[in-house]
Design a protein around this ligand. Structure first.
Ligand code: AMP
Length: 366
């Protein structure tokens, strides 16, 4: 089979690398001539919204998927009816708009933050009065890695927040004083089979994921997160990998957002799980049996952001796995990641802390 992937970033690259042993072929669409997946697979160079190029991608492949959710739903809907698109376009549409996402969580009785849609300065003031301070103003669309967000702590912050973001549709929500953050990742195949990974414990810095540890958290938390994930999978008759991110406060999950794709917090599964999230995404969309999601040990995944030590330095650390995405360094850019798989959680935490004290000395790890 040939799999068409819209977006040729590192997620697409890791999908292709997981698919080659299964005998799959890939074709990517991405505007960047130097995209990470373009280094390992053929790529059509052009805009995600280009209807002609999307149609070509669909024509030359057996199934379409994506590695980035900010692509045009309208353009995908215009493709010929026979085009197989996984995950479903409706799930993609819900994940693209924070208001639709919140409504979905509420409809499926998945606890989420208190929120209100905001389209004017007056509405922002009303939302702040109703929901309270502190809170976060977020763009409804195109937000990722903490971009398009403004924290409000006092009523006087309304002006600065409105000036920063006021020219796009917005959402205001409470700022959750969370104890920690987790995410749950699972796959549903075109045959309806479901497989869920162990919970990920995530630490962000400046809105960008820095560290994931897995398995993480109590059995009760894992069960609750998996139950919520299954509700979304069933609702959309979903195919592929789905991720939901949660805040955890006093032992309770509060959904933050979902991603209809493989996720940064699941990169540890490449070396740390029986079957990686990338392979299971492909198995799911191709109608193959899903692979076991069991962890092979206690895993830590550390993102390399903005700059990276030399490969020689990193590979001198025993047992450390390096994934370099082949991207030019730029502040705030995800350039690669590191994975450790250890025999015990304390050993994993000790080793992850030691690495992070070199890579991100400012990070506080709970
Ligand atoms: P997002 O792009 O919405 O996933 O936000 C990125 C990160 O910003 C989250 O993982 C949190 O660390 C932080 N954040 C976003 N929204 C909130 C919120 N309502 N309360 C507390 N922290 C938040």
């Amino acid at each position: 089979m040939t799999i068409g992937i819209v977006g040729a970033g590192q997620l697409g690259r890791m999908l292709a690398l997981a698919g080659y042993p299964l005998g799959q072929r890939f074709l990517f669409l991405d505007p960047s001539p130097d995209a990470p997946a373009g280094h390992v697979a053929p790529q059509i160079c052009g805009a995600f919204t280009d209807a002609k190029l999307l149609a070509r991608l669909a024509r030359e492949t057996d199934v379409l998927t994506f590695d980035w959710e900010n692509i045009s739903v309208e353009a995908l809907r215009k493709l010929p009816k026979r085009t197989r698109i996984s995950p479903p376009i409706d799930a993609l549409a819900a994940a693209q708009d924070r208001v639709e996402e919140k409504k979905l969580f509420e409809r499926l009785r998945i606890p989420t933050t208190r929120w209100q849609a905001v389209d004017s300065r007056a509405q922002l003031i009303k939302a702040v009065e109703r929901i309270g301070l502190p809170g976060v103003l977020k763009t409804r669309r195109l937000g990722y890695d903490g971009k398009g967000q403004h924290v409000l702590r006092r009523m006087q912050d309304v002006e600065a927040a409105w000036d920063a973001l006021g020219n796009a549709p917005l959402l205001y929500e409470e700022l959750v004083p969370f104890d920690f953050e987790v995410s749950i990742i699972g796959a549903r195949s075109v045959r309806g089979e479901v497989a869920v990974y162990p919970l990920n414990g995530n630490v962000h810095a400046g809105g960008i994921l820095r560290l994931t540890r897995a398995p993480f958290g109590s059995v009760a938390l894992q069960r609750a997160a998996a139950r919520y994930l299954r509700r979304v999978l069933t609702h959309f008759r979903y195919t592929g990998i789905l991720t939901i991110e949660f805040f955890v406060r006093r032992g309770r999950l509060i959904a933050n957002e979902m991603a209809p794709r493989v996720h940064n917090s699941g990169h540890w599964t490449i070396e740390g799980a029986e079957t990686s999230q990338f392979e299971n995404h492909l198995r799911a969309i191709l109608g193959l049996p899903l692979g076991a999601t069991r962890a092979r040990g206690h895993c830590a995944m550390i993102n390399l952001i903005g700059e990276k030590p030399t490969a020689a330095d990193l590979l001198a650390v025993e047992g450390l796995h390096l994934h370099d995405y082949g991207k030019a360094p730029r502040p705030g850019r995800k350039l690669g990641h590191l994975t450790l798989v250890e025999r015990s959680a304390p050993l994993r935490d000790r080793r992850a802390r030691r690495l992070l004290s070199r890579l991100a000395p400012e990070l506080r790890i709970p």
